[in-house]
Design a protein around this ligand. Sequence first.
Ligand code: TXA
Ligand code: MG
Length: 357
Amino acid sequence: MNTEILKVDRDNLGGVSMAHAGEIIRSGGLVAFPTETVYGLGGDALNPKSSKKIYEAKGRPSDNPLIVHIADLDAIRKIAILDESCYEIKDIEGTVNRLAEAFWPGPLTIILKKTDAVPYETTGGLDTVAIRMPSDKIAAVFIRESCGYIAAPSANISGRPSPTKVSHVIEDLSGRVDMIIDGGDVDIGLESTIVDLTEDRPYILRPGAVTEQMLRAIIPDVTVDKGLKKDSDAAPKAPGMKYRHYAPKGELTIVTGDIDRVIDYINDRAQVCKADLIKCGVICPDEHILRYKAPVVKCTGRLGDEEAVAKRLYSILREFDAEGVEVIYSESFDSDGIGSAVMNRLIKAAGHKIVQV
Ligand code: TXA
Ligand code: MG
């Protein structure tokens, strides 16, 4: 398949090119597009054939449901049931409206009960549907030019880090989709926060830029899915969270504890790698770069700048792959803000290998 790369001007999106992208979607094709979180691999969410194609292009298991992207709040009514009697949470419509008012357009995905308009191919066989209204201007115009409902997982081959630059999308999906819209680098760099409203109380199924604290201000009884906690035996509620995602090819370990001991530990390991002719890489904040003695050291931005780590993380993991790094050590970035989403992704990329020193 020939993949058209469409370079667009954010400040001038009215032209024929976006209309062409919309036509591709309406005729059942696939278009990768930028959002503020990560690039998405889009198809018509209401066309079961398009959803099947998305799974094929990504190499993704078809029991892992897709997020439906909308550009206008009214669009919810066609795809989600808002009838009080279908929910345990009280005032479901008011809850959705308050969340939308606070966080849409933006990096929040809301799970509701689906209507018959949404095919099971899109929801991975579930009776619920994940909905998000992205804030990226290109995404909004693209959704409106299409059919108003774009099913889109992150635009990476299944198992690779999500794409934050158009070059990542081209690397993974060239020849597998009809068009890639080049909107430059994304803003946030980690996937949206997912909140599920279909159970006894609101659950966070995936942490993201909209933090637990921010959600609590709007829905005070929100809680984090037990399956996401480090030492829990429960399976995560979002099917996608059970897969080993975001994996670099090199073996990644997170090292946590007193910073001087962390640096000593990593430098010792780097020495061992060198002796064994294994290429070793390190992930750390700018301020620590000179203290590491590994052949490849990647910086995440200034110490404590969680947004910068979020933006750089996936790109760094891909760079390690391209440079053939076989063993990677990362400092820990935990915090209450977007740092907790960073750690969630990093821990998964590390297959839960954490060393406390
Ligand atoms: O920021 C994002 O959300 C990006 C951009 C492109 O919008 N999209 C994204 O999609 O991250 P994806 O497919 O990589 O991740 C979707 C996650 C998966 O973990 C999936 O299991 C979960 O959402 N999900 C989707 N529908 C669900 C549902 N009905 N119930 C529970 N989890 C659901
Ligand atoms: Mg993904």
